[in-house]
Design a protein around this ligand. Structure first.
Ligand code: PBG
Length: 336
């Protein structure tokens, strides 16, 4: 319980009167150590390809991503999360390209680990960048097949770790995928490979710009071959207790770290998860959140740097140990 005095003996403003005292009593601090840089990569040789809805967060070529990893090391950013934009010609209904050991993801992981071995590399485990329908799993008669998908995801995770990924992050929301991945990694001798599960991932309107960035925009036609959204696997945004059950299961299955996604509209979930389990807990400031801040500041309606740091600090205050964000390099520079 906080002791609170009474006015006029107590005057809370005394503690706010100057920068030195505000710094002295500050409860939470954001630093570069808290950041995971969300980065989209592409197969071409052009170093950067702009994404209209994500100004300042382009798709990087493999070579440019390796350079960016060095830059991250210099900025003190501990880890990078890579998301691939796959050539549409390589996509199919089964997401076969996800299992290509010389595919974009494996190549970029190798290049980044070679350029900056001290930076942790995290990769998504899910099929959506590789499927022509844009779903995270295998589809049959308009339904996502859970256990069949988990088998493919397990193979995908193993291939990613063999390429050098430090953290695999299942973002697909299939049931049972964490334990299947953990068992396969252990059996192959990768006991040290970390799992950060997208444990409480909500069906959200905030992922729009990401789907532009990785080119999975076809999702949403609503046909039987392509049901329009991800609500049969991602969580209902109106639920909170359900997030605790999801997190509890993922921890039991072997997750080392858990994530709540999206971020700023879900701080209550971050706080509950951190309070309940005390595990390293991360929040993903997703593409739509980034785009909103960029768009409003481009119009001169908000101060970009101030709102960027405000939102990132809010994640910390809610209990997050770190934040996955497209702002990572900008934020690290601002904090330096
Ligand atoms: C896909 C995945 C998504 C994101 C990360 N991994 C989108 C989705 O689930 O549709 C979103 C990232 C963002 O919006 O920044 N498994």
């Amino acid at each position: 319980m906080n002791y609170t005095g009474r006015y006029p003996a107590s005057r809370p403003r005394r503690l706010r009167q100057a920068d030195w005292v505000r710094r002295l009593v500050r409860e939470h601090r954001l630093s570069a150590d808290d950041l995971i840089w969300a980065m989209v990569v592409h197969e071409g040789s052009e170093p950067e390809v702009a994404v209209a809805s994500m100004p300042g967060a382009p798709r990087y070529s493999v070579a440019a991503a390796a350079k960016a990893a060095k830059h991250a090391a210099k900025l003190g950013i501990p880890a990078i999360a890579v998301f691939p934009h796959i050539d549409p010609a390589k996509k199919d209904a089964a997401g076969t390209e996800a299992l290509n050991q010389d595919g974009l993801v494996c190549r970029v992981v190798r290049a980044m680990k070679e350029a900056a071995p001290e930076v942790g590399i995290m990769v998504d485990v899910a099929l959506d960048p590789f499927t022509d329908h844009g779903h995270d799993g295998l589809l049959k008669d308009g339904r996502i097949l859970n256990d069949e998908t988990v088998k493919v995801l397990t193979e995908q995770a193993l291939i990613q770790v063999k390429a050098g990924a430090d953290i695999v992050a299942p973002s697909d929301m299939m049931d049972g995928r964490v334990s299947a991945i953990r068992a396969a990694l252990d059996e192959a001798g990768h006991q040290d490979a970390l799992i950060m599960s997208y444990a409480a991932k909500y069906a959200s309107g905030f992922y729009g710009p990401y789907r532009d960035a990785i080119g999975s925009g076809k999702l949403g036609t609503g046909s039987v071959e392509n049901p329009g959204d991800k609500r049969t696997y991602q969580m209902d945004l109106a639920n909170s207790d359900e997030a605790l059950r999801e997190v509890a299961m993922d921890i039991a299955e072997g997750a080392d770290m858990v994530m709540v996604k999206p971020g700023i509209a879900y701080l209550d979930i971050v706080a509950r998860v951190k309070d309940a389990f005390g595990l390293p807990t991360f929040a993903f400031q997703v593409s739509g959140e980034y785009a909103m801040i960029k768009a409003a500041s481009a119009n001169g309606w908000i101060d970009e740097e101030r709102v960027m740091l405000e939102t990132l600090t809010a994640f910390k205050r809610a209990g997050a140990d770190g934040i996955i964000t497209y702002f990572a390099p900008r934020a690290a520079e601002a904090l330096a």
